[in-house]
Design a protein around this ligand. Structure first.
Ligand code: ADP
Ligand code: MG
Ligand code: ZN
Length: 500
């Protein structure tokens, strides 16, 4: 296929109004699969996390994972949805080798959650309300690996390998209503929606929301209609969008591609398309099935789900503060500039700083430790901040030791190094490495006398009233005490000894 012509973006938004619809699949972080007891851990040896049920063997029967239902309801509530009084699973029938049952157990016209919304804040502060059509439960498929072809796709491959470890992992699919009226900002709205949703799911602690590992996936539906008209155009559904940046690029690319097709008198094919990260383009996939093609029918092997209203209300009580609100609150409480807040969020340090503050540290100190020294250590080790072997409580303790004068900043960094090297809690590291600031006067006075004796000319200057000269002696004492002396106290002692 030749590369389609693209229309200049400014012209696209001048001539057309985009319509978006976003489908987000989120893999839940339950310990076991949706309908069987197999573990869900990522990255296991292929086909080691399987059983007759998730392999679809004859005679096996599914049982619903209660934790997955609970997560689905909490997600629905956090998205301001109504929760179904009664709903069922359905079989979505199609053949694909990565789906051994030949049907996906999903929900169709009876989703567990429906009719919600999510407010999304754009970079300039504008808030767009995205309406949510439904959030339903389903199961993931296995994975195919196509071997031998140049592209890693099935076309041209010599053979394919199948790994069913992921088959049956609980998924929640969250589908928006059509998003209209966003004009030129459609790509930005799409990214901001997925980003906001990701933060919310993370705060709910229902998924690890790793787009790079596929635990959060977005399909972007895009169509165009001539500016000023109201009849929706035909949409395409772009899959394989694996990062927030790609969501934005994929929507923008589809807008420029579709506009070029429509402007030249062509029509848009309703199809799924694949986003290609490297080129930033989308490529045509299969013609879109209609729901009739799937021959949906209610799943006969599972009982309906009728969540008790008091349970739903109990779950509502477990919802976290919405991340956007929390950020606004924290920004005010910690007196952060917009930039400082953004750095904190981008560094993935907000929770860590909050926990350090909760453990008693002043916000400014907590922030500075996490975004500078600890961020450096994480970077050196190639791990996330959260993966560093130090807890917020330990960081708060180090900060307290600096505040009360037991440690200098330099010593504090050594204590942190000790904690990171698995030498125990800050107090243990201080004890075993002997890192306390020396402010014991007799020890310091001896060091001061020694330093003064070694630099008699400096001593004379100080005695003559040149207090600035004391700096050289302070430096000598700090050196002699391995940086463990209390510098302020040393300075005072020098002046005292010199009668200055
Ligand atoms: P499918 O089974 O095709 O994935 P879904 O109902 O799961 O259908 O999702 C379709 C998504 O596309 C929804 O978010 C819906 O709002 C959106 N959508 C429907 N029609 C259009 C359109 N003409 N242009 C853009 N988005 C659309
Ligand atoms: Mg869908
Ligand atoms: Zn299983």
């Amino acid at each position: 296929m030749t590369t389609p012509e693209l229309m200049d973006y400014a012209e696209v938004v001048d001539r057309f109004d985009p319509v978006l619809g976003l489908e987000v699949h989120v893999e839940l972080s339950t310990a076991t699969k949706m309908f069987c007891g197999c573990p869900t851990a990522f990255g296991g040896e292929p086909n080691t996390q399987v059983c007759p049920t998730c392999l679809g063997l004859p005679g096996s029967l599914p049982v619903v994972n209660a934790v997955a239902v609970e997560s689905a309801i909490r997600i629905g509530l956090a998205l301001n949805c109504e929760i179904a009084e009664w709903c069922r699973f359905a079989r979505k029938n199609y053949f694909y080798p990565d789906m051994p049952k030949n049907f996906q157990t999903s929900q169709y016209d009876e989703p567990i959650a429906f009719n919600g919304w999510l407010d999304v804040t754009l970079d300039d502060g504008e808030v767009v309300r995205v309406e949510v059509e439904r959030a339903h439960m389903e199961e993931d498929t296995g994975k195919s690996l196509h071997v031998g072809g140049a592209t890693g796709r099935i076309h041209g491959a010599e053979h394919s390998l199948l790994d069913y470890n992921r088959a049956g992992v609980p998924l929640i699919e969250i589908v928006t209503k059509t998003i209209t009226g966003t004009g030129a900002r459609a790509p930005e709205v799409a990214r901001a929606y997925v980003s906001t949703l990701r933060d919310l799911l993370k705060a709910l602690d229902v998924s690890d929301v790793r787009m790079d590992q596929g635990s959060l996936r977005c399909d972007a539906n895009v169509s165009l209609m001539p500016s000023g008209t109201t009849v929706f155009g035909t949409r395409t559904e772009t899959k394989n969008v694996n990062s927030l940046r790609s969501v934005e690029r994929a929507v923008r690319y589809e807008m420029t591609r579709q506009a070029a097709v429509l402007a030249s008198g062509g029509s848009i094919l309703q199809e799924t398309r694949h986003f290609e990260e490297a080129s930033g383009t989308t490529r045509g996939g299969r013609r879109k099935e209609t729901s009739e093609d799937y021959r949906y029918f209610p799943e006969p092997d599972l009982v309906p789900i009728a969540p008790a209203r008091d349970w739903v209300e109990e779950l509502r009580g477990t919802l976290p503060e919405p991340p956007a609100e929390r950020r606004r609150r924290v920004q005010a409480e910690w007196s952060l500039t917009d930039l400082e807040l953004r750095d904190l969020v981008n560094a993935g340090a907000l929770d860590l700083v909050a926990a350090t503050v909760a453990a008693g540290a002043p916000p400014a100190d907590a922030r500075s430790w996490w975004v500078s020294y600890l961020a450096q250590q994480a970077n050196n080790r190639g791990v996330e901040l959260t993966e560093l072997p130090i807890t917020p409580t330990q960081v708060a303790r180090v900060i307290a030791l600096v505040t009360d004068g037991s440690l200098t900043n330099k010593l504090a960094r050594e204590v942190v190094d000790g904690v990171l090297a698995d030498e125990g809690d800050p107090d243990q590291v201080v004890a075993t490495r002997g890192l306390k600031v020396v402010s014991d006067d007799s020890a310091l006075t001896a060091a001061v006398d020694e330093a003064l004796a070694a630099q008699p000319d400096v001593a004379v200057k100080i005695r003559d009233g040149k207090h600035a000269a004391a700096g050289a002696i302070v430096g000598a004492v700090m050196k002699a005490t391995n940086g463990q002396a209390d510098a302020k106290r040393v300075r005072q002692l020098i002046l005292d000894r010199c009668g200055a």
